[in-house]
Design a protein around this ligand. Structure first.
Ligand code: ADP
Ligand code: MG
Length: 243
C-alpha cells in the first residue's frame, strides 16, 4: 500500500472532526471520498498533507511514518495538495505560472534567477497538454474560465512531481461540460499518479470512480465500495444521498 492510515482522530474544541478507523490506498489508485458537509473530508486531506495536526493516529506513506511531519517535509516526501481556494497569480500568464511552479522545485532564491531549460519547457508543455491548457498558455491566468483556473491549479500540483495528489472538490462551480472534462483529466492523470479526490457531484463521482469510493459521515468511515455498492447502500442513502 502507498498510504496507510490507522485510528486517526482530531477534535477542534469539543467537535470530533475526524475519527477514522482505517484508510489505505494502492499505488496509482484513484479514490473518491464522499459525504455530507462537515463530515471531515477536507480535514482528512489537511492532516495527510500536514496542514492540520491530528491528535493521534498512524499515517505511513511509502512505508515511512509522516504523522506529525511539517507540510514541507510531507511535500518533499511526494504528497501534493490542491486546495479549494485558488492560489495562481492572476496577473501572470498561464505559462509563467507553470514555469514558476516548475522552478519552485528548487529553492525560492534560485528559482527567481533561474532561466528555463529545454527539459523544463518539455515538462511544462507535457503538463499543459494533459490539463488542456495549450491554447491559453499566453493569457493572464486571471482571464481564464473557472474550469481552466482549476486545471491550472492541478497542473501546478503536477509540476511538483508528487506521487500522491490530494484534490478537494475539483468540479465545484463548474459547468456540466467543464465537469466532464475534469473527470477525463483526472482519469488520465491517474495512470501516472495516485489520487484522492473529494467530491459531492454524484454524476462526476460515477464518471471517475472506477475503483473504490469511501463514504465519511460525522468524521467516521461509514463504508467503502464500488460506486454501485455505495449508491445502493441504505445507510449511505439515509445519511447522505437521500437528503
Ligand atoms: P467536509 O470537508 O467534509 O465538509 P470539514 O473537514 O471541513 O468537513 O469539517 C469537519 C468538521 O470540523 C466540521 O464540523 C468543521 O466545522 C470542523 N472544522 C474543520 N476545520 C476546523 C478548524 N480549523 N477549526 C475548528 N473547526 C474546524
Ligand atoms: Mg470540505
Amino acid at each position: 500500500m502507498l498510504l496507510n492510515v490507522n485510528n486517526l482522530s482530531v477534535s477542534f474544541g469539543g467537535v470530533h472532526a475526524l475519527d477514522l478507523d482505517h484508510f489505505s490506498l494502492r499505488d496509482k489508485e484513484l479514490r473518491v471520498i464522499i459525504g455530507p458537509n462537515g463530515a471531515g473530508k477536507s480535514t482528512f486531506l489537511d492532516i495527510i498533507c500536514g496542514k492540520t495536526k491530528a491528535d493521534k493516529g498512524e499515517i505511513t506513506f511509502n512505508g515511512k511514518s509522516i504523522f506529525g511531519k511539517s507540510e514541507v517535509k510531507i511535500a518533499e516526501a511526494g504528497i501534493g495538495r490542491k486546495f479549494q481556494k485558488p492560489s495562481v497569480f492572476p496577473g501572470l500568464t498561464v505559462y509563467d505560472n507553470l514555469l514558476l511552479a516548475a522552478k519552485m522545485k528548487k529553492d525560492i532564491f534560485t528559482s527567481l534567477f533561474f532561466k528555463s531549460t529545454p527539459a523544463l519547457e518539455e515538462k511544462i508543455h507535457h503538463v499543459a497538454v494533459k490539463l488542456s491548457l495549450t491554447n491559453v498558455m499566453y493569457k493572464p491566468a486571471g482571464d481564464l474560465s473557472h474550469g481552466q483556473k482549476q486545471w491550472l491549479e492541478i497542473a501546478i500540483v503536477v509540476l511538483q512531481d508528487p506521487t500522491l495528489m490530494l484534490i478537494d472538490e475539483p468540479a465545484a462551480g463548474m459547468s456540466d461540460e467543464e465537469t466532464e472534462s475534469t473527470g477525463a483529466l483526472l482519469l488520465e492523470l491517474s495512470k501516472s499518479h495516485s489520487i484522492i479526490v473529494i467530491e459531492h457531484d454524484m454524476k462526476f463521482v460515477e464518471q471517475i470512480a472506477n475503483e473504490l469510493v469511501t463514504v465519511l459521515v460525522r468524521g467516521k468511515r461509514l463504508m467503502e465500495g464500488t460506486f454501485a455498492e455505495v449508491k445502493n447502500d441504505q445507510r449511505v442513502i439515509d445519511c447522505y444521498l437521500g437528503r
